[in-house]
Design a protein around this ligand. Sequence first.
Ligand SMILES: [Zn+2]
Length: 257
Amino acid sequence: MRDSRYLPHLTWNEVRDLEKQAGVVVLPIGAIEQHGPHLPTATDALLAEEITKLALERLPKGAKVWRLPVQSYGKSNEHLGFAGTISLRAETLMAVVMDIAVSVAASGFRRLCFVNAHGGNSALLAMMAREIRVTTGLMVFNTFTNAGAPDPIEIPALEAKYGIHANDWETSLMLHLRPDLVQMDKAVREYPQLEGNVGLTGGAAVAAWLTRDWSTTGVFGDATLATPERGAARLEVSVAALAKVLEEISRFEVQQP
Ligand SMILES: [Zn+2]
């Protein structure tokens, strides 16, 4: 079915004639990479695309928010050594997002937002958001698929600290959205052996980690906690938060002093 918020479904004339003064183009971005023994390698690409689509369906009718096809391949070199991981080099992904942004600007849009589902893309997208702002004049925004929404489920402290990949959160979302692609009989619990102030995320110092340094299964977290119900609750807070921030971004104006 034709989706009027999905830009590639429109003709070029329709894209040209969109009211763009307010409005934002959204680029979902994921990864094709190992996600443990129980989840498909497309997990992040699927989540980026699906959560973005659901958030746009949630918007008020007049909101001017349009989405592009998901950028499925990301920067996943932290997972190299695990079969099925298809990673772009940093410079390739930088060029891809810049070229997309230049095209978005040339089509007359004023705002671009990344909706990222893969932590390994985050630093690059944060940097590129500013490069694109400087190069194209677009107002550029960067958010994650949960748009900052906290976990509505109470989780063990270890999961909160180290559950960052193929974990309870991601596995639950997939159990809710694509149960046909989840093999729960193969789900595992694996945490890195780290003590002190050095972390994988958020510590006093952050290690430039490679998955193979810390995990044998490819999992960081406890995938065995996952249920479809936990996934439904997490999807709901994510979609609501993402819809809210995208609507706000669509009206955002830089207030130059
Ligand atoms: Zn993931």
